[in-house]
Design a protein around this ligand. Sequence first.
Ligand SMILES: Nc1ncnc2c1ncn2[C@@H]1O[C@H](COP(=O)(O)OP(=O)(O)OP(=O)(O)O)[C@@H](O)[C@H]1O
Length: 704
Amino acid sequence: MEDEENIEEELLLVESELHGLQDKIKMLLDRQEELYERQSQLQALLEISKTSRDAASSAPSVAPEDWSGKFSWDSQADDIRFNVFGISSYRSNQREIINSIMSGKDVLVIMAAGGGKSLCYQLPAVLRDGIALVVSPLLSLIQDQVMGLTALGIPAYMLTSTTNKEVEKLIYKALEKGEGELKILYVTPEKISKSKRFMSKLEKCHHAGRLSLVAIDEAHCCSQWGHDFRPDYKNLGILKIQFPSVPMIALTATATSKVQMDLIEMLHIPRCVKFVSTVNRPNLYYKVYEKSSVGKVVIDEIANFITESYPNKESGIVYCFSRKECEQVAKELRERGIAADYYHADMDSVAREKVHMRWSKSKSQVIVGTVAFGMGINKPDVRFVVHHSLSKSMETYYQESGRAGRDGLPSECVLYYRPGDVPRQSSMVFYENCGLQNLYDIVRYCQSKKSCRRGAFFQHFGEAVQECNGMCDNCASSIELKDIDATYHTKIIVSLLQDMQHNDQRATLLQLVDKFKTKWKHSGCSNEAVDLKKEEIEQLIVQLIIDRVLKEEFQHTAYTTNAYVALGPLWKLALQGNRPVKLTGAIHSQDTGGASKSTKRSQMSNLEAKLDDLRRTISSDNGGIFPHAVLSTQQISLLSSHKPTTIAELENLIGKVKADKYGSDIIEVMQSEIDGGKDSGENGAKRQKKDKDVVLVESSEEEA
Ligand SMILES: Nc1ncnc2c1ncn2[C@@H]1O[C@H](COP(=O)(O)OP(=O)(O)OP(=O)(O)O)[C@@H](O)[C@H]1O
């Protein structure tokens, strides 16, 4: 009996000591996690700083600006540009890139989607003697390019699994013996890594001095830090090792400094000349809409957005999270009268091709796709890209939304966000390299109601900030948002999780919201703290996750991976109230975004519609590029946003873009709107007298 009591007593002591130890271990593990995270941040910073130093010290002997000087091939290049490609002038950096590759340099090109990367290697390929090898990741992309070049009369072929024996023979003869006509040869990376026969023919071609250049398209696929890593791209370094004297040009639309470093190393081009163009796409209007938790409501909103903003059936893409969701959304859009097809990886290639072709030829209006609808989409006139759910990273979102407006005309990128979608994505990406970190970056983008959306891209890609010109919802919004003090709410959430942890319990995001609501109700809170709506509590919890007060933990079951919310490294600070927590007001509702109004032509006044036409005309007259070279920031802002405009401003604006060409009828329309306004206050516009100018003020309540 006494023995038993002693044992029980000791057991209690042991258990309490174990508890103490477990707390200490947890604290140490949290600290370890914090330090690991800081370690990887510092390592990345160090790498970036070293690379920029190395790049500066190993900079090419010719200064970059010299690539725009005079070269012996200038007139021949101009002739090919104009008479073969039908292009009247170079876009930014194209001529410099062509000159550096013509000078035999290795080149890295980072140029936004639709910027004109293809010309940078295709023109030198025509200009230089011999055969240019182009490695490209997708069959459809290759087919498009070969078709386009053939139509221009340039002998281009592809060597892929679909190439017939006859063409294969022709290609091999050209490589081996220099017979026949072949200027540009497209292959997939698999050909380089898997076909010894092909590599030996290429070797012969090089040996005979006939390999003119090597181009690696979509070069970000080399890096596992990039968003589209392709294992076969890793082997492309062999090309520089085997053909060191042949200039290599690597091209991509996006690459962070880390990805750039990675691909320079993998392709063995340490002394390459880098041409990094801005990631800015000034013609794209970015916005985030609050997403309802009711599926049907979301579809209604998307359908309304499409039909109201694009009554002329302009093309668009809707991205979805899963294959099932993609089929469902396409079906529901069709039920609402929108010609929508779905596209995902579970379909066979013939079905996918059919859907793609229908859409490319504008026989369907919308493709509802998963991420599988990715590279190789080069339809220029995509007017809108809607994300039904958030993407998994800023880079993925930049790429996917960037499929809009490749022709340079104004287009919209809309993301439907609700915090409840975060665990769905995080349970998919948490095992990926930096998966959660990347996801939390895009979540930060979505949660923000104040910062410029464009600014988030500049920051992500390490570029200096540029003017947004009111081309995102946050910059265009005139709603004054208030910060809610959520420090007290945070304390409740943290203490709830603490209790649960003690009792070995877990909670998903939604369960935690419910527990919070119950506790709030029963706490009889006389505190000053405001009562939060369900969506705001979700938003707060997600904000606490990205701020590391909380964290997500994952548990696998036979069928799925569940995401739970747990205490993060900074929970103690939050519990002590040492870290004030602020939550910004509500996410914009659909009818507050500036450009959604601007593109709703059916709701536009006559003047607005005229201005809209003017933007399109100027863009198209400027080679499809939104006219930053022609207009000042303020003028672009006027054109972009249909903001209140005075006759004086309008005349100045039109004068700058050649009044005789675009101007007179707009001034007439404006004059008549002002006259009409004077008499009857038509077109939802109020007239005010301000100094000597007449100012038209949009009445948002009337129009909404
Ligand atoms: N200097 C130029 N002037 C006018 N049009 C041009 C010029 N250069 C390229 N283009 C056109 O711009 C369009 C986009 O070019 P291209 O397909 O090379 O873009 P890209 O940079 O490869 O884009 P993505 O990354 O989306 O594939 C094409 O229709 C091309 O003919």
